[in-house]
Design a protein around this ligand. Structure first.
Ligand code: NAP
Length: 280
């Protein structure tokens, strides 16, 4: 990965931080996106301590805000001369229905609309840097997701897992549609399930009861293991031409039938473009 510039969202914790460290250890120049400067700086210090690399850079953005996503894309375009890998990894699970400053349900905003907007705003940079890769960290729970276009903001019947599973289905649909749109450009788009990994998000998935240390004691794998599939998809030379695929346990796998429905993906793309004002 020498000379490759890689941007990772959600790089301040969990799988994203380990992904950043893994990419840096492989020789890449890494750029971290964090919403909190202190946590971001701590992650940069961890990259330095564990890989010896001193060229990691930090971008600050709260991905719940579409204005901040736009500012992030501008800053990335300004500060990074090229972009070879964009890892969309940040995600959130809330315990109650929250609405962002843009009026979006928070999990839809952070987990789907933010990556949709960020990738679309950085597409020219990715194309100009080809061969390049978009890697979307989704989840196996996409299988449980459903998308109701009449109630995309889940104003009726919001549940924690209903919102999360739907956002992860959206990740897979987005990746496949992106791959279709990018055919022949030298930019690939793939998504993955990282495994069931002991992080704060898994705790939040289970209701936020503070079960992390219990999960770790019980042997649930940690973020280092969780970063492996992302690292493979981001870097393996054998995957240079692989696009529009879903991975788990470090190999290609099948995602759910609904995630492979091109009509659903096309409709979600159009709706996301309308909501974010990009990608039309
Ligand atoms: N853990 C699992 O078992 C599992 C399973 C399947 C899929 N995944 C996926 O793996 C990815 C990484 O999750 P994880 O388990 O590593 O979770 P995590 O430890 O909770 O990390 C989530 C990351 O996203 C960032 N983030 C959350 N909201 C944000 C916002 N509004 N703006 C900017 N950054 C934000 C967090 O930043 P802060 O540090 O500021 O909070 C953190 O860096 C997610 O896409 C998740 O859906 C995880």
């Amino acid at each position: 990965m020498d000379g490759r510039i890689c941007l990772v969202t959600g790089a301040s914790a969990g799988i994203g931080k380990e992904t950043t460290i893994g990419l840096a250890a492989m020789g890449a120049t890494v750029a971290l996106v964090a919403r909190d400067r202190k946590r971001g700086e701590r992650a940069i210090a961890d990259v330095r301590r564990r890989t010896g690399r001193t060229d990691a850079s930090l971008f600050i953005a709260d991905l719940a805000s579409m204005a901040q996503v736009r500012r992030l894309a501008d800053e990335v375009s300004e500060r990074l001369p090229r972009l070879h890998v964009l890892v969309s990894n940040a995600a959130v699970i809330t315990q109650t229905r929250e609405v962002t400053e843009d009026g979006f349900e928070r999990q839809l905003a952070v987990n789907h609309l933010a990556p949709f907007l960020l990738v679309n705003l950085l597409l020219d940079r990715l194309r100009a840097s080809a061969p390049s890769r978009v890697v979307v960290v989704a989840s196996q729970v996409e299988r449980e997701g459903s998308i109701d276009f009449d109630d995309l903001q889940l104003e009726r019947g919001w549940t924690r897992l209903g919102a999360y599973n739907r956002s992860k289905l959206a990740n897979v649909l987005f990746t496949y549609e992106l791959a279709r749109r990018l055919r022949g450009t030298g930019v690939t788009a793939n998504c993955l399930h990282p495994g069931v990994i002991a992080t704060r998000l898994l705790d939040d998935y289970n209701g936020g009861g503070g079960l992390l240390s219990f999960l770790r004691r019980r042997g649930t794998p940690g973020p280092e293991q969780g970063a492996r599939t992302t690292l493979l998809v981001a870097s393996d030379p054998a995957l240079a031409d692989t696009t529009g695929r879903y991975f788990r346990e470090e190999r290609a796998a099948e995602s759910s039938p609904q995630s492979r429905d091109p009509e659903l993906a096309g409709r979600l793309w159009r709706e996301s473009a309308r909501l974010t004002g990009a990608g039309a």
